[in-house]
Write a protein that binds this ligand. Structure first.
Ligand SMILES: Cc1ncc(C[n+]2csc(CCOP(=O)(O)OP(=O)(O)O)c2C)c(N)n1
Ligand SMILES: [Mg+2]
Length: 387
């Protein structure tokens, strides 16, 4: 069997992979959409946005900048400056839409791919690059930015988020318009993890103020969605006793509107919501992955037509809300920010290896002190040698 055939057979639908990605496929359940792929504004009976022209341009700026920074990080990995990188390419709208819907007091729990949400939280985009370069553990303060550390263990952060949300409730910080809400990000593959299902149960029965934001990017590394579920993911919520909704994850307006409504419900004390942001991972799973081994080019092309940035640009142009100078200015700003990112990555100092022991426990331990001393003398034994 040829390689391409093997990939198609694993997808289970033969040559239908491209049709699977077509959102107008009647077999696909409806989702909330406010901006079509061609840049037309459409209304939805339950969800709306009322952005000013300035705010719309701001969303465009966010989308372009996070894509550019992401491309720079991928290039840095290819040049040997990062150990690995998990690209967000294609998922910008899901991340910027939900990220901008968060209020300052809300707490977010990311995976390893939420660079766009991190950017919206006001964290310097250099921070995750230290982690992926292996020179620090991710340098931001989760309490200061209300954005937890990246989590590589699939689904684990949903438990952290649920516990945190239960704590918010116990602290009496829900029930009003100024209440606090929590959002947990995870992928389609993560929905098969016990941790995620246990989180759903705890959040449900304790009515925790949490939004479960699943970016269904159609793959868990090489495993397609049909290996995770026989029903649309958002419908899983019904079995746990809270609402689930599917949104066009390539539509920044719809992602914003749906997330804002779910966060408001949580902060008012109405409990959890599962949001399935229906999107597509345009690039590789990480820089260690080769997606041509398991998916066909026409599928990727079908999703390129639904690009999250193109549709916002088309909308701005059609409605005379931005001119060529504006778009050039944004491209210039993105180029400047990515150049700065590159320069700062290249000048990141290598840490003293002995500091590894300083970040295990907040107040250290006797055993760690001993191990650190032993390690320092071991390292000293190499001094003067070339090993
Ligand atoms: C508990 C656990 N099992 C396996 C892995 C290896 N792993 C890393 S990413 C990944 C796929 C995750 O897919 P998904 O949840 O869809 O998120 P995506 O990467 O597509 O954003 C797996 C299996 C892991 N990191 N943690
Ligand atoms: Mg996935």
């Amino acid at each position: 069997m040829a390689k391409g055939e093997a990939a198609r057979t694993r997808n289970g639908r033969g040559g239908a992979a491209a049709a699977k990605a077509d959102l107008s496929d009647p077999a696909e359940p409806a989702f909330v959409q406010l901006l079509t792929p061609s840049g037309e504004r459409v209304e939805h009976p339950e969800y709306s946005v009322d952005f000013t022209d300035e705010q719309m341009r701001g969303l465009y700026r966010d989308l372009v900048i996070v894509r550019k920074l992401d491309a720079e990080a991928t290039a840095l990995q290819r040049q040997g400056e990062l150990g690995i990188w998990a690209s967000l390419l294609g998922q910008e709208a899901a991340q910027v839409g939900s990220g901008r819907a968060l209020r300052q007091q809300d707490m977010a729990f990311p995976t390893y791919r939420e660079h766009g949400v991190l950017y919206c939280r006001g964290i310097d985009p250099i921070m995750p690059l230290g982690l992926f370069r292996g020179v620090d553990q991710g340098g931001w303060d989760p309490n200061e930015f209300k954005f937890s550390m990246y989590t590589i263990v699939i689904g684990a952060q949903t438990l952290h988020a649920t516990g945190y949300a239960m704590g918010v409730s116990k602290d009496g910080k829900v029930g009003g318009d100024d209440g606090e809400a929590v959002i947990a990000y995870f992928g389609d593959g993560a929905t098969s993890q016990g941790d995620v299902n246990e989180s759903f149960i705890w959040a449900s029965v304790f009515n925790a103020p949490i939004v479960f934001f699943c970016q269904n990017n159609q793959y868990a590394i090489s495993e397609p969605l049909e290996r995770q579920t026989r029903i649309p993911l958002y419908q899983r919520a019904a079995g746990f006793g809270f609402p689930g909704i599917r949104v066009d994850g390539n539509d920044v307006l719809a992602s914003y509107a749906v997330t804002r409504a779910a966060l408001d419900n949580a902060r008012l004390g109405n409990g959890p919501t599962l949001i399935e942001a229906y999107t597509y991972r345009m690039g590789a799973h990480t820089t260690s992955d080769d997606p041509t081994r398991y998916r066909i080019a026409t599928e990727v092309e079908a999703w390129q037509a639904k690009d999250p940035i193109k549709r916002v640009r088309a909308y701005l142009e059609k409605n005379g809300m931005a001119d060529a100078d504006f778009f050039d200015g944004i491209d210039q700003q993105a180029a400047t920010e990515s150049l700065s990112l590159r320069e700062r990555v290249l000048s990141m100092p290598n840490p003293d290896p002995a500091t590894l022991f300083d970040h295990v426990y907040p107040h250290g331990s006797h055993e760690l002190d001993e191990q650190k001393a032993e390690f320092i003398s071991y390292m000293a034994s190499f001094e003067g040698s070339h090993h």
